[in-house]
Ligand binder design. Structure first.
Ligand SMILES: [Zn+2]
Length: 331
């Protein structure tokens, strides 16, 4: 299958951080494939690559993803949406259809944020990067929303003191209070369907092995699929100086088209939120009706890791569902 061969070609370029020569090389490779497919190729001001079926005038429907990677990346994150997206666009050949490669997605979606043109609809095929489809025995999944998040920190103050001479009943140990918060965060997220919360950094002062901790600062990353659930989670966690990004719901029209295509393939129709950010979330926030189709991730759902894997069979199904959906949207 040509999709798998092209994924190999991209993987051979190695890691590709956004706006580096390595990402440029991937864009050049893709631009060559776009021209071979007879697409009109454009590079916009942010460096995004767009390949259009010639002869516009109809509804502009885009598919695509990104070709930059994290350090130590796998072979499917972003690349699959570009390579399979091109395949689908080429198969359909409908004017108004285009495949896009957004720049620098991994470090904050610079390309899709800076994109000067906006399509009438956007559909992104992407690997799930998690274990939900694998556990449900479903090759494909339809994304309901890109989760929103609240990030910030929590500070706990105690009284530093001698670790040997201060009795347990008079201590004010900041790290014990912080540890209780970590457990509270876990329970709060578990109590809200689709929510997650993570403490990823801990700083302990004064940081001596024989000193009772006097101050602890924790990082908090809390995510939920809609504004109501994110409100509840944020209320439970009381993050200091929170930075909040709203959830991006996917378009009901595109979700319905994706569901119909998945069902037509005789597959279970499973809908799920995306816990990771994607270009589709940026476009949806900018008012572009957007949708996402997830392909099952194998190896336990691992991603941002060379062990990232999706099967050729699942990818073939995803390509069919994507082409069908693009066909419906551009008809
Ligand atoms: Zn990605």
């Amino acid at each position: 299958m040509r999709v798998m061969e092209r994924l190999d070609e991209l993987a051979a370029l190695g890691d590709r951080i956004g706006y580096t020569p390595a990402e440029d090389a991937a864009h050049e490779l893709a631009a060559g494939w776009f021209r071979e497919a007879g697409l009109e190729v454009e590079v916009d001001g942010a460096g995004n690559l767009i390949g259009r079926i010639p002869g516009g005038g109809r509804r502009e429907v885009w598919t695509g993803s990104h070709l930059d990677t994290v350090p130590g990346a796998g072979r499917f994150d972003g690349t699959l949406g570009v390579v399979a997206g091109l395949e689908a666009v080429e198969q359909l050949g409908t004017p108004g259809l285009a495949v896009v490669v957004f720049r620098d997605e991994e470090r904050g979606c610079a390309g899709s944020r800076g994109c000067s043109a906006r399509p009438d609809a956007y559909v992104e095929l992407h690997i799930e990067q998690g274990p939900i489809l694998l556990r449900a025995d479903a090759p494909l999944g339809v994304v309901t929303a890109i989760v929103g998040y609240v990030r910030g920190r929590r500070t706990f103050d105690g009284t530093p003191g001698h670790a040997g001479t201060t009795p347990m009943d008079v201590r004010e140990d900041a790290l014990v209070a912080a540890a209780e918060f970590v457990l509270h965060a876990r329970e709060a997220a578990r109590g809200i369907e689709g929510a997650v919360a993570t403490v990823g950094q801990v700083s302990v002062e004064p940081g001596g092995t024989n000193v009772i901790p006097g101050r602890v600062v924790l990082s908090v990353d809390a995510r939920a699929p809609d504004a109501d659930r994110l409100d509840r989670l944020a209320h439970a966690l009381q993050v200091e100086e929170p930075v909040r990004t709203e959830p991006s719901p996917m378009s009901p029209e595109i979700r319905a088209a994706l569901r119909a295509e998945v069902e037509a393939l005789g597959l279970p129709v499973l809908e799920l939120p995306s816990g990771a950010g994607h270009d589709a979330g940026i476009l949806a926030s900018a008012g572009v009706p957007s949708g996402m189709l997830f392909v099952r991730s194998l190896n336990g759902g691992v991603s941002h890791n060379p062990a990232e894997l999706s099967s050729e069979e699942d990818i073939a199904l995803a390509l069919e569902a994507l082409a069908g959906t693009l066909g419906r949207l551009s008809a």
